[in-house]
Design a binder for this molecule. Structure first.
Ligand SMILES: *[C@@H]1O[C@H](CO)[C@@H](O)[C@H](O)[C@H]1NC(C)=O
Ligand SMILES: *[C@@H]1O[C@H](CO)[C@@H](O)[C@H](O)[C@H]1NC(C)=O
Ligand SMILES: *[C@@H]1O[C@H](CO)[C@@H](O)[C@H](O)[C@H]1NC(C)=O
Ligand SMILES: *[C@@H]1O[C@H](CO)[C@@H](O)[C@H](O)[C@H]1NC(C)=O
Ligand SMILES: *[C@@H]1O[C@H](CO)[C@@H](O)[C@H](O)[C@H]1NC(C)=O
Ligand SMILES: *[C@@H]1O[C@H](CO)[C@@H](O)[C@H](O)[C@H]1NC(C)=O
Length: 479
């Protein structure tokens, strides 16, 4: 306790660095009846073993403004006094414990940020929520049930809302009643990040997002949403970087005007009922035309979003997506050809077009996608030969061309031959020949492949300036 006393002078308490160390974690053992002789304003106990019981001595700390109890090994019900004692708090974070209980209607009146993600909280979300200053409400990975109450729509200052990984049912909030044009003080108008994924929500794409002109992250995946992806999406959310609507029942076409989403580098609409063709505008997404640096140095997502510190980085919502440039359109009902310009998306690390009805040839310039780690074109109706440029993909660790109508010789190349499950990359294309499939290539196959490769060369060359197409080459107009 002597050491503890030394710390009391400051307002911030970083006990864990100074108290006893047990194994890899820091243990903080305090007498249950201890009444601390100080009043803290800031108390941070990240990754301290405070639990399993909720620390009783905090009950006296009614001056607390900032309290961090994340990953503190707490396995207890949130005590009744918690919301009373900390009624002046503006920042409460107790994520990554096993706290149970429910969320009270009366949150601390000055609360700005609340993070109770990854606990065992249950019950429904309160139908009244009085927290006019709340900017960040993170309740992911708990066991909340019931519908999303309309009280959420009163939180007009919200910048980040994460209700993912719960058991929420019913209609996704539309917050339409409050849809007053031109007013800035409305739900959604300050939103930067919204995660409602992994619930059991129904309804159409949320309409309030029309006001979320600053939105950067949207995850609605793994629900039962239906209807179209709105045509207004690109215009109304021009700052979107990550869009995940995977595993829903969205139908209709991919919005055409996607080109205006300059920052979009992660688009996952897999496992829906999307029809039509892949719009040309998809090949024009600026952020996918840029190679992301692979060095793992500090990456600060955006100034307006709280800075990610080094130790926090790994489990931060965005972090897992940051270095990925993803286009996943798999398991829909897309038809037509791959736009010839798609190889312009040279930043792509993952491209999955599997399980659609795509036809035509694989673009010869597919080898321009040098950053590709994974390419899945399986279960389509692609025909023609496999472009030899594929062997230029040196980062490729997963390739699947199975169950198409590809023919001719399989290109050789060290990278392709180093891939696992060789046979299963090409299975279901009876026209293919050469290593690793069993059919030997005849002279006819070889000539055919060579011919097709040449055929593609003069196809389309794109000038660097976006949208300006020059068609030239040895078989058409001279350059
Ligand atoms: C909220 O808590 C989760 C779970 O511990 C954590 O991964 C996340 O980084 C926290 N978010 C913020 C903004 O601190
Ligand atoms: C809203 O703003 C637009 C242009 O910014 C203007 O044309 C329109 O009249 C405004 N509507 C109202 C209700 O103020
Ligand atoms: C591509 O998508 C299909 C269908 O959604 C999925 O089964 C497959 O695992 C995905 N491929 C990769 C490499 O993730
Ligand atoms: C397979 O591709 C060949 C051309 O390579 C074409 O003649 C044939 O119709 C295609 N078969 C199917 C089922 O699409
Ligand atoms: C490609 O996909 C098919 C169908 O899902 C699967 O059977 C095969 O194992 C996959 N190949 C590889 C190399 O993963
Ligand atoms: C394929 O060619 C190899 C030699 O290049 C030969 O040994 C083998 O018997 C041939 N297989 C078939 C099925 O024709």
């Amino acid at each position: 306790m002597a050491k503890l006393a030394l710390l009391i002078r400051g307002t911030a308490l970083l006990l864990c660095l100074l108290v006893f160390q047990a194994a890899n974690s820091l243990r903080f053992a305090i007498d249950k009846k201890w009444i601390p002789p100080f009043r803290l304003k800031v108390a941070r106990f990240r990754s301290c073993l405070l639990g399993p019981n909720f620390p009783e001595w905090l009950k006296s700390q009614s001056n607390i403004e900032v309290l961090v109890l994340s990953n503190a090994n707490l396995d207890d019900i949130i005590p009744d006094w918690f919301w009373v004692t900390f009624s002046q708090a503006s920042f409460l974070q107790a994520s990554g414990n096993k706290l149970h209980g429910s969320l009270p209607a009366q949150l601390p009146i000055n609360i700005v940020r609340l993070n109770l993600s990854s606990n065992s909280l249950s019950g429904s979300l309160p139908s009244e929520l009085n927290a006019p200053l709340l900017e960040e409400l993170l309740l992911a990975n708990n066991q909340f049930i019931g519908t999303i109450p309309s009280s959420i729509c009163q939180l007009t200052k919200l910048k980040r809302l994460d209700l993912s990984g719960n058991q929420l049912t019913g209609d996704i909030m539309q917050c339409q009643k409050e849809l007053v044009p031109n007013s800035t003080d409305q739900f959604g108008s300050d939103m930067l990040s919204l995660a409602l994924n992994n619930n059991d929500l129904t309804g159409e794409f949320p309409k309030f997002l029309q006001r979320s002109s600053g939105l950067m992250f949207l995850d609605l995946s793994y629900n039962r949403l239906f209807g179209g992806l709105p045509e207004w999406l690109p215009q109304k959310m021009p700052h979107l970087k990550i869009l995940r609507v995977r595993s829903n029942m969205f139908s209709g076409h991919i919005p055409k005007s996607l080109t205006s989403l300059h920052g979009l580098h992660y688009l996952d609409i897999a496992h829906n009922k999307i029809t039509g063709s892949i719009p040309w505008s998809l090949s024009n997404l600026k952020a996918m035309m840029t190679v992301v640096s692979h060095d793992t140095g500090d990456y600060i997502y955006e100034e307006s979003i709280p800075v990610i510190t080094k130790d926090q980085k790994r489990d931060y919502t965005f972090a897992i997506y940051q270095l990925l440039v993803v286009l996943d359109l798999s398991s829909n009902s897309l038809a037509g050809q791959i736009p010839k310009e798609m190889p312009l998306l040279i930043g792509l690390t993952n491209l999955n077009l599997s399980n659609n009805h795509l036809t035509g040839a694989i673009p010869n310039k597919i080898g321009d996608l040098r950053q590709l780690d994974s390419l899945d074109l399986s279960f389509n109706e692609f025909s023609g030969s496999i472009p030899s440029s594929l062997s230029a993909l040196t980062y490729l660790s997963h390739l699947n061309l199975s169950y198409n109508n590809l023919s001719g010789a399989i290109p050789s190349g060290q990278q392709l031959q180093a891939l696992d499950n060789q046979m299963y990359i090409y299975i279901g294309n009876p026209g293919l020949c050469g290593d690793p499939v069993s059919r030997n290539c005849s002279t006819h196959d070889a000539e055919q492949s060579a011919l097709e490769d040449i055929d593609h060369i003069p196809s389309v060359y794109l000038a660097m300036s976006i949208g300006f197409v020059v068609v030239c080459g040895q078989f058409s107009a001279p350059c």
